[in-house]
Design a protein around this ligand. Structure first.
Ligand SMILES: [Mn+2]
Length: 261
């Protein structure tokens, strides 16, 4: 049975310049890398060329995490919405140029006026994803949406939201990125894995104590990773699992490898 590939998100060094991040690529202990098109690591043509050289030298497969700071694809404000979609489409263009295996994006979030317009965020979120999907199809780019916790205002947080999304849009080729840390804040890890095994194409792994999205090393929080590994085995998950911890990164890679061996 094919095993999941264990990869690494470069989130842990997002505070460093892009050039420092690429130096780290010579030493990382995996061939599957998720780069963030965000902050100091925001992509451009020159940076894509640098990453492609690294891929040729070291044999990397890349996924790209879409930008998310101050973006909201469910925004009720037209200028914010337009800017968000423009920036995300640009990111898809970069992901395509990088031959990324997957482009991971965040669904939208509520705002200070959401309470006055019930379900408006949901509808806008769907309309925006339909637009992003059209662009992805033009590129032939695989895209997947991530679950995010309700406590930070996100509207796609539980398995029910994803069931509803597929039912309303029929966009079955948009996969789910199960963020295990986010799902833990909703006590939904097992439910996601059991209810949507055919939709989950990619996993973000980091630990937390169940209260905040701490991005701890695997095993340094309260997530039951043995149970997680057992269910992955039962559902024959064979996508990537990308470590999104911001410390104990190498230990996390080793722990996950041991768990899934
Ligand atoms: Mn994540």
């Amino acid at each position: 049975m094919p095993k999941p590939k264990i990869g690494l998100s470069m989130l842990y060094c997002l505070s460093e310049p892009f050039s420092e991040m690429t130096k780290r690529l010579a030493k990382v202990e995996t061939r599957y890398i998720e780069v963030l098109d965000e902050g100091l690591h925001s992509l451009n043509k020159k940076r894509i060329a640098t990453l492609k050289e690294a891929a040729a030298s070291y044999g990397f497969t890349f996924s790209v995490h879409a930008p998310f700071a101050d973006l909201n694809i469910a925004s009720p404000s037209k200028p914010i919405l337009t800017a968000s979609i423009k920036r995300l489409k640009e990111s898809m263009e970069y992901a395509n140029a990088l031959d990324a295996k997957l482009w991971v994006f965040h669904p939208g979030n509520k705002t200070g006026i959401s309470v006055f317009y019930p379900d408006k965020d949901w509808k806008q979120n769907i309309e925006s994803i339909i637009k992003l999907h059209e662009t992805a199809e033009e590129y032939g780019l695989n895209i997947a949406m991530e679950n995010l916790p309700e406590k930070y205002g996100f509207i796609m947080k539980q398995p029910e939201d994803f069931h509803r999304f597929y039912k309303e849009t029929g966009l079955n080729d948009i996969g789910i990125v199960l963020d295990v840390g986010h799902a833990n804040l909703e006590a939904q890890i097992e439910h996601f894995l059991r209810q949507l095994p055919d939709k989950i194409v990619h996993i973000h792994a980091s630990d937390n104590m169940g209260e905040n999205d701490q991005h701890l090393g695997i095993g340094n929080g309260k997530i039951n990773w043995q149970q997680f590994a057992k269910i992955l085995n039962e559902i024959a998950y064979n996508g990537a699992i990308v470590i999104e911890s911001i410390d104990h990164v190498n230990e996390s890679l080793q722990r996950l490898r041991q768990l899934l061996a």
